[in-house]
Ligand binder design. Structure first.
Ligand SMILES: *[C@@H]1O[C@H](CO)[C@@H](O)[C@H](O)[C@H]1NC(C)=O
Length: 176
């Protein structure tokens, strides 16, 4: 009886401790509009696949820690929007695309409201690694750009593969 009581007490304690845990990285809310400021690829991206225009990206948090992002790309003189579903994994900041073909990593930079989102996997026709520096506002931020370069070098990627395109707000993700 005593040991039973003790286990209950311990259980209660664990529950209290759990409730006090600070929200971890994977509970971070990435929802909202993000502005891409630079791109990087690992050398596998052929030049005809390098986007000529970049647009804001909309992220929506789904139930259970998954996310959806609405990405706009420019093709044949028009904006096209694709929805990308990202399932969370046990690793904070690591997601997997719903078709299990791509891993997506989100890394916070030491500059407020700036992140790197890096994808690895199969893009139509090719295996590649590709990343974006994104920020909560569209303004240029030289400090964030410096941190992005450091990220690129830490990852063993080449600085010359950094691509900067003027942000285009002609098309914005539809809010639904
Ligand atoms: C780029 O990354 C992809 C996915 O990780 C890999 O399969 C490919 O070999 C890499 N390409 C180069 C040139 O490193």
């Amino acid at each position: 009886m005593k040991s039973l009581l003790l286990s209950f007490t311990l259980l209660g304690l664990v529950a209290v401790l759990k409730a006090q845990e600070v929200p971890s990285d994977d509970q971070k809310d990435y929802s909202g509009i993000w502005y891409p400021k630079a791109m990087i690829h690992n050398g596998s991206l052929s030049s005809h696949n390098i986007p000529s225009k970049v647009f804001p990206v909309k992220v929506t948090a789904l139930e259970g820690g998954d996310m959806e992002s609405d990405v706009i790309f420019w093709k044949n003189g028009q904006c096209h929007e694709v929805k990308i579903l990202m399932k969370k994994t046990d690793e904070p900041g690591k997601f997997i695309s719903f078709d299990d073909k791509r891993f997506i990593y989100i890394t916070a930079l030491p500059v407020k409201d700036h992140y790197v989102i890096y994808c690895e996997g199969r893009f139509p026709g090719e295996l590649l690694g590709m990343g974006k520096l994104i920020g909560r506002n569209p303004e240029e931020n030289p400090e964030a750009m410096e941190e992005f370069k450091k990220f690129v070098l830490r990852k063993g990627l080449k600085e010359e593969n950094i691509i900067v395109r003027e942000l285009n707000e002609h098309c914005v993700p539809e809010s639904d």
